[in-house]
Design a protein around this ligand. Structure first.
Ligand code: NVA
Length: 215
C-alpha cells in the first residue's frame, strides 16, 4: 500500500534482503539508505567529492583503511565503475566480502581499473590520492566493540599515514567519526580533509538521485 501513498522511499535498515524484498514488491523507486552490506547513497557523495577536489577520476588511487564494511563495499563498486584504482587495507578477518570483490574486479576489467586487498596500511597509503576510513564498529555491532578496537588498531588515519599519500591526497570519512580510533582529530580537521564538503554533498547527491528515479 506504500506504493499508493508515496512517490518513492528510502530505507535504512540492517539486512540487505529486506530492502531487496521491498523493492521487488514496490511499484515505486526504493532507495537503499544503508544496510549491513551496502551504503550506495554515501558512495555517490564520495565520488562527487573526489571529482570536485581532484577534477578527474582518471589515474586516481583510492585507499580505504579499516573495516571492510558496507561503506567500503559501495565505495569499491563506485570506484570500479568509474575507473578509479581501489585498495582496501584491512586486518585479517575484516576484508570486504569475496562476492563484492569479485564483482568489483569484473567491473574494473571493463573500466580499466584495479582492485587490491592488503593487510599493510602503510603500503596501501603509499601514493594514495584518497585516504578513506569509516567507524570500526558499525550500527548493530556494539557488543563486538572491544574486540574490534583491538583487531583494528594500527589501521587508523593519522598524520604519519597521510604523509605517505600523494601530493594531492585528500581524506574522506562518511561520519560520524571516533577520534583516536579510525582517524585522529588533527586529520579530520586538517588541511587535507574534504570531509565537510563530503558531508554537504550527501544533500546534493541525494537530490540528484531523487530527480533521476522519481517520476
Ligand atoms: N559503517 C557505518 C556507516 C555509518 C554511516 C554503519 O553501518 O554504522
Amino acid at each position: 500500500v506504500l506504493s499508493r501513498y508515496l512517490d518513492g522511499m528510502m530505507v535504512r535498515t540492517f539486512r540487505q534482503s529486506d530492502v531487496d524484498e521491498l523493492a521487488a514488491a514496490a511499484d515505486i523507486p526504493v532507495i537503499n539508505g544503508l544496510t549491513d552490506d551496502f551504503h550506495p547513497c554515501q558512495a555517490l557523495a564520495d565520488v562527487m567529492t573526489i571529482r570536485e577536489r581532484l577534477d578527474t577520476f582518471e589515474g586516481v588511487r583510492v585507499t580505504y583503511l579499516g573495516d571492510g564494511n558496507n561503506v567500503c563495499h559501495s565505495l569499491m563498486v563506485a570506484c570500479a565503475k568509474l575507473g578509479m584504482d581501489f585498495v582496501a587495507a584491512t586486518p585479517q578477518g575484516y576484508e570486504p566480502s569475496e562476492e563484492v570483490v569479485s564483482w568489483t574486479k569484473a567491473a574494473g576489467n571493463v573500466s580499466g581499473s584495479s582492485v587490491e586487498l592488503t593487510q599493510d596500511p602503510r603500503a596501501a597509503a603509499e601514493g594514495a590520492d584518497v585516504l578513506y576510513t569509516d567507524v570500526w564498529t558499525s550500527m548493530g555491532e556494539d557488543e563486538e566493540r572491544e574486540r574490534r578496537l583491538a583487531d583494528l588498531a594500527g589501521f587508523g588515519i593519522d598524520d604519519g599515514l597521510l604523509q605517505l599519500g600523494s601530493e594531492r591526497a585528500i581524506v574522506l570519512h562518511c561520519l560520524p567519526a571516533h577520534y583516536g580510533e579510525e582517524i585522529t582529530e588533527e586529520v579530520l580537521y586538517g588541511p587535507r580533509s574534504a570531509i565537510w564538503d563530503q558531508a554537504e554533498n550527501r544533500l546534493h547527491a541525494q537530490k540528484a538521485l531523487m530527480a533521476l528515479v522519481i517520476r
